[in-house]
Write a protein that binds this ligand. Structure first.
Ligand code: AMP
Length: 172
């Protein structure tokens, strides 16, 4: 199944800037069977872990985090870029493969002690997820696992996420 899914992802060289090989998941998403297999595959790996809330990052993370939250029967919390959330926020500055930015989460997004699953489409350097972990910690949430459709293992994101339970379906 993993091999089939990988064949649905399109490589776009030099996007959004020279030297970046962009993994375009729109070719997977538009294929109903592949999209379902991606969500089901992640859910299978998530297994019996006890989760209270799923946190997903703008914007491709939402696509995977929301159906996983629905299926687990728990809430979904969005992490957004600077200035997008309307109520009081916690925020963190983070680095990513191509730039740096600020991530925010609503202050009342979760109760202290909540068991959190963080979901994004792709793990590259790990900067985005490290920032998201920081936000969850500010709200005293407990990170149970990190789940990604794709892992770019050559960027060594795992090295900065030592001690965390990392789930990935497709590795390059
Ligand atoms: P990072 O913070 O370096 O782990 O980058 C992860 C975030 O940036 C994810 O939200 C991805 O959607 C996006 N991203 C980084 N590198 C790529 C890439 N090569 N192809 C597609 N998306 C990427």
């Amino acid at each position: 199944m993993t091999i089939e899914l990988a064949s649905k992802i399109r490589d776009i060289p030099d996007f959004p800037k020279p030297g970046i090989q962009f993994k375009d998941i729109t070719t997977l998403l538009k294929d109903g069977a592949a999209f379902r297999a991606a969500i089901d595959g992640l859910l299978e790996r998530i297994g019996p872990r006890k989760i209270d809330v799923v946190v997903g990052m703008e914007s491709r993370g939402f696509i995977f985090a929301a159906p996983i939250a629905y299926k687990l029967g728990v809430g979904f919390v969005p992490v957004r870029k600077l200035g997008k959330l309307p109520a009081d926020v916690v925020s963190v500055e983070y680095e990513l493969e191509y730039g740096s930015a600020t991530l925010e989460m609503h202050k009342d997004a979760m109760a202290p002690g909540s068991r959190v699953l963080i979901v994004d489409d792709l793990l590259a350097t790990g900067g985005t997820v490290a920032g998201t972990i920081e936000l969850v910690k500010q709200l005293k949430g407990q990170v149970v696992a990190l789940a990604f459709l794709i892992e770019l293992s050559f960027l060594k994101g795992r090295d900065r996420l030592k001690g965390y339970d990392i789930i990935t379906l497709i590795r390059y």
